[in-house]
Design a protein. Structure first.
Length: 240
């Protein structure tokens, strides 16, 4: 789906975040992956006619290969063939399909990315994988805020990058020179005042807004679409 890109004025912040994640993962492996592995799981809604699920990894997978991340509880592979998995690349405003024969074209499963998974089995099933601790906490147990780059005005599908809910009202938007609240960014015309979510069970869109009593939060395992009207923005999702 939509790939996190770190470009232009946002590049330094995005690079810092990615380098921090890499260093944290290296440290975790030095301690022993088994000691810190976080198994995470969610229900994937499926129907023989095809049910779409807009999903996102809530923790950094130890092995980012799609075939390794997208597994059922018990380790059986999820069928990703025939255009069943794709992401949207915000930098090119184009769709990228996963092909098991050329997985390098798709890339790894990244924290902050949103993905569309088509499930065609007769029953719902559990998606489960192992990853790093939620929020990549440092030695003081402080989690890492995540930046979602919005390189071009237009639609960006992103993934909620935590294994806990975060109110949309607590998020920020930056243009590289100033950082404002999500509400202020919407008032300034940078972004819409909401993001679109997807109800996989009901197969319909939901609108997530800061003051909605039913859908005020970004929640684990879910992807969302944000509409921006200014190039080179970044959505900042606070960890705590």
């Amino acid at each position: 789906m939509f790939k996190i890109n770190t470009t232009s004025g946002i590049e330094r912040g995005g690079d810092i975040m990615k380098k921090g994640i890499i260093l944290t993962i290296v440290a975790l492996f030095a301690l022993g992956a088994a000691a810190v592995a976080t198994p995470v799981s969610t229900t994937i809604y499926s129907n023989p006619a095809g049910f779409y699920n807009v999903v996102a990894p809530p923790v950094v997978p130890f092995n980012p290969a799609p075939a390794d991340v997208f597994k059922k509880s018990g380790g059986a592979p999820i069928d990703l063939s025939g255009g069943k998995l794709y992401r949207w690349d915000a930098a090119t405003q184009g769709m990228i399909l996963y092909d098991p024969d050329t997985p390098e074209d798709f890339g790894g499963i990244l924290l902050g990315d949103g993905y569309c998974l088509l499930a065609v089995e007769s029953d719902n099933f559990i998606w489960q994988y192992d990853g790093a601790p939620d929020g990549l906490p440092d030695s003081g147990n402080n989690m890492t805020d995540m930046w979602i780059s919005l390189p071009l005005a237009g639609a960006t599908l992103f993934g909620h990058p935590f294994n806990h809910s975060v109110p949309l009202a607590n998020c920020f938007v930056t243009d590289g020179t100033q950082t404002v609240s999500f509400a202020q960014a919407a008032a300034a015309g940078w972004v819409d005042a909401w993001v679109w979510g997807w109800d996989a069970e009901g197969q319909g869109f939901i609108m997530v807004t800061p003051d909605d009593p039913d859908y005020p939060d970004l929640v684990p395992f879910h992807g969302y679409q944000i509409q921006s009207y200014v190039d080179n923005l970044a959505l900042i999702i606070p960890a705590q």
